[in-house]
Design a protein around this ligand. Structure first.
Ligand code: UDP
Length: 241
């Protein structure tokens, strides 16, 4: 019998993860493969909360670079995360995984509002909770959302599943053949070295709350989400303290 190392996890998926090789929009095949991996770990009895990004549809920074008001552009980004969350919900429910989407900005016809205690109750009942809408505040990111929600629901770990890189490197492995992958780091290293793991707001929040992060690739053929949950050392671990 497989024994999970973690009881409650926050899985952070970037918007780009949902786009697959298309690079933009939502690729249903990719979404279904993510759902299949999530189902596997739910079946192990692990409580799974998911935070999805929106970069496959819109990024606030891009809008503000085009001359838009930054806050308005960021709200568009938050709406993009809701679209991604609904696609993930649909895909999970299609394979029999019970889910709830909770939004940080009220959209009662579409999803529940974010209520911490209710989210925890859903998790305890074995439902996957998808946190949509980011933190609900402009100038933040969905990485920060993952760090914040992980602290709020007292998750054991944040799992950052990537589709284009299998951990944290000292240089961009696509540009530098000598780039070396870290097995373990601290958040302080991430902040000091300016490593592209999560933004500094998210890193310092996770550091202050002592929540570890595992960065790994979620290629389906490797069953990596399950392997990480079972405690196998893959990717890069960023220690809480
Ligand atoms: N966003 C925001 N506040 C939040 C979370 C997200 O304003 O708390 C906006 C921001 O504009 C961001 C966009 O939503 O660019 C998409 O989120 P993110 O860039 O984190 O997505 P990812 O890179 O994970 O796909």
């Amino acid at each position: 019998m497989d024994t999970p190392k973690y009881k409650r996890v926050v899985l952070k998926l970037s918007g780009e993860a949902l786009a697959g090789t298309d690079g933009f929009g939502i690729n249903p095949g990719v979404v279904n493969s993510i759902s299949a991996q999530v189902k596997e770990v739910v079946e192990l009895g692990v409580e799974v909360a998911i935070v999805v990004g929106g970069g496959n549809i819109w990024r606030g920074k891009l809008g503000s670079e085009m001359g838009m008001d930054r806050a308005a552009a960021d709200y568009m980004g938050m709406l993009a995360t809701v679209m991604n969350s609904l696609s993930l919900q649909d895909s999970l429910e299609n394979i029999g995984v019970a889910t709830r989407v909770q939004t940080s900005i009220d959209m009662r016809q579409i999803a529940e509002p974010y209520i911490r205690r209710k989210a925890i109750r859903h998790l305890e009942k074995g439902r996957v909770v998808i946190f949509a809408g980011g933190t609900g505040n402009p100038y933040f990111s969905t990485d920060t959302t993952a760090a914040l929600r992980a602290a709020e629901i007292e998750a054991d770990v944040i799992l950052m599943a990537k589709n284009n890189v299998d951990g944290v490197y000292n240089a961009d492995p696509k540009l530098d053949a000598n780039a070396v992958k870290y097995e373990e780091l601290s958040y302080l290293d991430v902040i000091k070295e300016g490593l592209q793991v999560m933004d500094s707001t998210a890193s310092s929040l996770s550091m202050d709350n002592d929540i570890p992060l595992i960065v790994f690739s979620f290629e389906e053929k490797d069953n990596n989400v399950k392997r990480v949950i079972l405690g196998e050392k893959i990717g890069t671990t960023v220690r809480g303290k």
